[in-house]
Design a protein around this ligand. Structure first.
Ligand code: KG4
Ligand code: ZN
Length: 344
């Protein structure tokens, strides 16, 4: 079964062709980062217009790279939620047009569920080895923990009460003078820094809470860069060493909070999960990947992180989960809507 996946929820236009739910034949991503860099964040109007321009070239390239014709495609999957409404609408409209023209099923996919499916792409582990699983989504818009009974059945057991972790990375990036999106650059710079140079707060919340909060940490970095309001002290100049130390210390606190909440979630699960599924752009982070590996070894849980090309937004995760939905008979029609919030 060949499924085409379309993803356009934020600032990446993506098309991918996936065979039999796990085998990725092509995964083409056109990023708009350059268009948004000068604004220090994604501008929704610019994003939707750029999706309109990119969708057809990206579609053609994904078919060519997969070595298939449009007429070989047996279903169209599209990320229809959550995301920027104008951006989502472009992908959804394109998917509907293709489904109608080709006479093949249309399948709406939740982007968050798809991030938790991304670790299974290119993997042949049977579902019985994967589920029940603990799920961690760490992206630019979400930071949540799930109990997953299958690729389609999950219950959210923790989420952020303010910023998403990727958002905090990006804001810290701006504060230390890195170009948007700052996440990958903070990751890189942190490798040269001392993660104990600054004592930044690891958010714990209530004793048993598995929710996240990253706004206090972000403010703590702000104070180290600009000084504490009301105090007449000018912080030292932000030279390369201080910048790297701040990035490293920020990472220690941000990832420390993620690990703490995973420990608590594991303690609170009635049934021991067979694996920890991780997804979202921040799952590309080198320190998080290393710390999760340790976590898995300490707790005897198989940690499944996506291959690097499936961490950030991509069409393969949409096509993959779309195939699973199709297999379960969960097909949509032309009334499919773009929805700004997740259903997961
Ligand atoms: O999943 P994603 O592509 O988009 C959303 O669904 O939000 O995630 C994008 C986020 C951005 O905030 C970006 O800075 C962050 O993932 N990110 C990283 C790294 N690579 C991407 N954050 C930390 N370390 C990285 N290596
Ligand atoms: Zn995403």
């Amino acid at each position: 079964m060949l499924v085409l996946g379309i993803e356009s929820s934020c600032d990446e236009t993506c098309c991918a062709v996936v065979r039999d739910a796990r085998d990725v034949l092509s995964n083409v991503i056109s990023s708009q980062h350059d268009l948004h860099a000068e604004y220090g964040g994604v501008v929704p109007e610019i994003a939707s217009r750029a999706h309109v321009e990119a969708l057809l070239p990206v579609l053609r390239e994904s078919l060519k790279a997969a070595g298939v014709e449009l007429s070989n495609i047996e279903a169209i999957a599209v990320g229809n939620r959550p995301g920027l409404i104008g951006s989502l609408l472009v992908g959804v409209a394109g998917a509907k047009a293709l489904s109608l023209a080709l006479g093949v099923p249309l399948i709406g996919v939740d982007h968050i569920q798809a991030h938790l499916y991304a670790p299974l792409l290119g993997d042949d582990a049977p579902d019985e080895e994967v589920y029940p699983a603990l799920g961690l989504v760490v992206s630019g818009g979400h930071s949540s923990i799930y109990r997953c009974d299958s690729a389609l059945e999950m219950v959210r057991i923790g989420s952020t009460i303010d910023d998403a972790i990727g958002e905090a990375y990006d804001k810290v990036g701006v504060l230390v003078g890195l170009e948007h999106p700052g996440g990958p650059k903070v990751d890189k710079l942190a490798r040269e820094g001392d993660d104990r140079a600054f004592d930044l707060p690891i958010s714990r919340l209530g004793k048993e809470s598995i929710d996240f909060s990253f706004s206090g940490l972000k403010t703590a970095v702000l104070y180290r860069v600009k000084g504490v309001p009301g105090k007449n002290e000018t912080p030292p100049e932000l030279d390369d060493k201080r910048r790297a130390d701040l990035c490293a210390s920020f990472q220690r606190a941000a990832i420390g909070a993620v690990l703490l909440k995973l420990e608590r979630a594991l303690e609170q699960m009635s049934e021991r999960p067979k694996s920890l599924l991780v997804g979202g752009g921040v799952s590309a982070n080198s320190r998080l990947r290393a710390d999760l590996k340790d976590f898995g070894e300490r707790h005897g849980v198989a940690v499944r992180v996506p291959a690097m090309q499936y961490c950030l937004d991509n069409g393969a995760m949409i096509a993959g989960l779309g195939s699973v939905r199709l297999g379960a008979g969960l097909v949509d029609d032309l009334t499919l809507e773009a929805v700004p919030t997740t259903g997961a």
